[in-house]
Design a protein around this ligand. Structure first.
Ligand SMILES: Cc1ncc(COP(=O)(O)O)c(C=O)c1O
Length: 432
């Protein structure tokens, strides 16, 4: 039995024709009604303005309901049971895997491994593929704009194996230096791993072009899709990447569930990650035979409710259309950049709106980003301040911290106006 995990009604209620971009735009008023948390009032009764979406997104009713339905109506462990509830739960969980496959256009659901998050997905590759394929002296190419999740696993692997890490530099305007990338490819790296979209600069990297160049040099390529899969159409067959990692909680889904996509031949050749129940076909006292893909990499009872919730999130985003999601965020970030640039003493980092997703990291002379975030919170505005798990990028920019506003399908220009007004109030308070 396949469960209805709460697909949204698509079409007229969510999508309208917008003049601004000359393209189809989202009906944000209708979308906002799907997210219960957005009707919350904060201090002094002001409505919440949630601009911390790069950290985690809010969840629509359909996702909350899908999780609740599982616990209320068919809670059971999966794969092993022969009773009705176990069959229903297994069908819903495996149905979610199929939804994720279709969402990123993978060739087979065997290529979709459920993990806890992006971080675990990247670690899985480092521990399994990495420990079999990386030797002393091998080169791994990363970039200066990586999240710590796509740095530290490779630091650990390099320390263990004697491999060398090399980095594609970031230019002053927030792009990857592709000329330098070509020179690094002359070292014939074993692996190239880079983020599709920066969680600080917002830069959308030319992933397909980079994968093609890396493959021509003989490298395996891992793409960190934590910020791209939730926000733009991502097609793994068009990208031709070997691995793609992303997290459910940044794309309207619950925490505790993420995805590793891997090309089947590579996944087949990799040893298992964690050992235990579910990841085996046969166990003897002194040995075991691993299970088929993808279960070979999913030891123990998985995050069942969370997987089902992710399936509902994928349905929700599919209903909106990822091209429309991306167009909406580019319109919002473009407006936000224009408004931020009007502020005297404000510095915005990263490329122009046309080359970025819905992320704007900035600073204001004379106010520490943490103070900014705290003052904005008093006005009901949630932004993030700090290094955003990208310390080396902040080193490169000569900064200790930045403030970051990040947008999603439910954010509006009016919310950007409230952000700007609140920034002016903070500046008044600091006398800058
Ligand atoms: C680009 C990028 N990679 C990886 C991660 C790690 O995601 P998670 O904490 O869900 O594993 C993040 C989270 O912010 C991110 O922005």
């Amino acid at each position: 039995m396949t469960r209805d995990t709460g697909c949204v009604k698509t079409g007229a209620t969510r999508v309208t024709f917008g003049m601004r971009l000359g393209t189809i735009m989202l009906d944000v008023t209708a979308i906002r009604r799907d997210f219960p948390i957005l009707s919350q009032l904060h201090h002094d009764g002001v409505p919440l303005v949630y601009l911390d979406n790069a950290a985690t997104s809010q969840k629509p009713e359909a996702v909350i309901r899908a999780i609740e339905n599982y616990y209320r109506d068919y809670n059971a462990n999966i794969h092993r049971g022969i009773h009705k509830l176990a069959e229903e739960a297994t069908a819903a969980y495996e149905g979610a895997r199929e939804r994720v496959r279709a969402f990123i256009n993978a060739a087979s659901s065997r290529e979709i491994v459920f993990t806890r998050n992006t971080t675990e997905a990247i670690n899985l590759v480092a521990y399994t593929w990495g420990r079999v394929n990386i030797r002393a002296g091998d080169v791994i190419v990363l970039t200066e704009m990586e999240h710590h999740s796509n740095l530290v696993p490779w630091h650990m692997l390099a320390a263990e194996t004697g491999a060398h890490l090399e980095f594609i530099p970031v230019t002053d305007d927030g792009y990857l230096d592709l000329g330098a990338f070509d020179r690094l490819l002359e070292l014939h790296p074993r692996l190239v791993a880079f983020t599709h979209m920066s969680n600080v600069l917002g830069t959308i990297n030319p992933a397909a072009e980079m994968v093609a160049r890396a493959h021509a040099a003989g490298a395996v390529v891992l793409v960190d899709g934590a910020q791209s899969v939730p926000h733009l159409p991502v097609d793994v067959r068009a990208l031709d990447c070997d691995f793609l990692a992303f997290s459910g909680h940044k794309m309207c889904g619950p925490t505790g569930i993420g995805v590793l996509y891997g090309k089947r031949a590579l996944l087949e050749a990799m040893p298992p990650f964690l050992g235990g129940g579910d990841m085996i076909k046969r166990v003897y006292l002194r040995e075991f035979r691993p299970n088929d893909l993808p279960w070979k990499f999913e030891a123990g009872t998985p995050a069942i409710a969370e997987g089902i919730g992710l399936g509902a999130a994928v349905d929700y985003l599919t209903g909106l259309g990822m091209a429309e999601v991306h167009a909406h965020e580019q319109a919002i970030v473009s407006y936000a950049l224009d408004r931020l640039h009007e502020i005297k003493g404000a510095h915005v980092y990263g490329p122009p709106a046309r080359d970025r997703g819905g992320v704007a990291a900035f600073s204001i002379d004379g106010i520490h980003p943490h103070d900014l975030a705290q003052l904005l919170d008093r006005d009901g505005i949630a932004i993030r301040a700090g290094h955003h798990c990208a310390m080396p990028l902040h080193d490169r920019l000569g900064l200790v911290a930045t403030a970051r506003a990040s947008f999603y399908v439910y954010n509006t220009e009016e919310e950007v106006d409230r952000l700007i007004l609140s920034l002016y109030r903070a500046m008044d308070l600091f006398g800058v």
